[in-house]
Design a protein around this ligand. Structure first.
Ligand SMILES: [Zn+2]
Length: 324
């Protein structure tokens, strides 16, 4: 999950949320123990849901989480987050960010592109605020910088999945053949957002999008929280849909859902963590995944191969560069 909007601007759109949703009150820190390293027996692990932001935006995001989300266990800079994961055995990072207001996406995308240039084990995605001036050009420039797709967040960006602003994004991603990761699930709703995610998002609205853009590859984080059944059903029907497991394996959020990964399309599920913006140990979900006794080939797909395929990551090249 994630967000960033200045708390002082909380009522900026005049919207007042009633206290409902999974984040109606902030959640607690877990002091679960950390592992030192990715378990040796695991196949190559890509963390396909890592947030990297410039320091000042991370500070603002942490402030928001302290008030509305959960205590963040790893309040560390982008560079420290990269070092943390890679030194513990994560092979590759898919790095995400999002623009919460117009006029900042170009700067953020340049920042992300610099991080990717500094380390071939990072694949960065672009962002843009849907509806901002020259949104399609901002994405085109970001792809020219080497960014591998687009990340959007309906709640933070207050964007309706069916809006004209979003159709511009769907068309741009289709045109340039870049995958889109969009937090399209309607939870976790928080009074800290300037809009009501239950109005902006629904599985029904999302299905219209996935059906209307059969050549657009979309990944929905958190298994589509909280309309899990609807997203699991869509996964069976649409070849252009992926779901990421981020936070759903942790048994932390107040839902009674735990994905039965053995019953889903193994080629469409992607592992991610939301690091560093998490309230529990960095490897909590990795450990849970290991306990599920999934077949080895299924585990390899979920932990890395699917993300490599979707985001065109060539880890062979990484190793060539690093050790060749
Ligand atoms: Zn996230």
């Amino acid at each position: 999950m994630s967000r960033d909007r200045n708390i002082s601007n909380k009522t900026g759109t005049g919207y007042q949320q009633e206290k409902s949703g999974l984040l109606k009150t902030p959640l607690a820190m877990l002091n679960d123990p950390e592992g030192e390293h990715v378990p040796e027996f695991l196949p190559s692990v890509v963390d396909a849901h890592v947030h990297l932001f410039p320091d000042h935006l991370f500070a603002s995001i942490w402030q928001w989480f302290d008030h509305f989300g959960w205590p963040i266990r790893y309040k560390i800079t982008s560079q420290a987050a990269i070092n943390f994961l890679l030194s513990r055995g994560i092979d590759h990072i898919v790095a995400l960010h999002y623009a919460h207001k117009p006029g900042i996406a170009r700067e953020l995308n340049a920042y992300m592109a610099d991080l990717c240039r500094s380390n071939s084990r990072i694949t960065g995605l672009a962002t843009v605020l849907p509806g901002e001036e020259n949104a399609a050009d901002i994405l085109k420039e970001a792809f020219q910088l080497g960014l591998a797709g687009v990340k959007l967040h309906s709640h933070v960006q207050c964007v309706d999945l069916g809006s004209e602003a979003m159709h511009q994004i769907y068309k741009a991603c289709t045109k340039y053949n870049k995958p889109l990761i969009i937090h399209a699930g309607r939870e976790p709703k928080s009074p800290g957002y300037n809009c009501d995610p239950h109005v902006l998002c629904s599985a029904e609205k999302f299905e219209q999008v996935i059906r209307s853009y059969p050549h657009l590859r979309i990944c929905v984080p958190h298994m589509g929280i909280d309309e899990f059944e609807a997203y699991e059903r869509m996964l069976e029907h649409y070849d252009n849909l992926w779901l990421d497991t981020t936070m759903t394996l942790a048994e932390y959020l107040p839902t009674d859902y735990f994905p039965d990964l053995s019953q889903m399309r193994a080629d469409r599920i992607i592992f991610g963590t939301d690091f560093p913006n998490i309230p529990y140990a960095w490897d909590r979900e990795l450990k849970r995944l290991c306990q599920l006794n999934l077949p080895e080939d299924t585990l390899a797909l979920i932990l890395g191969e699917n993300a490599k395929h979707l985001f065109s990551i060539n880890i062979g090249d990484d190793y060539e560069k690093a050790y060749g």
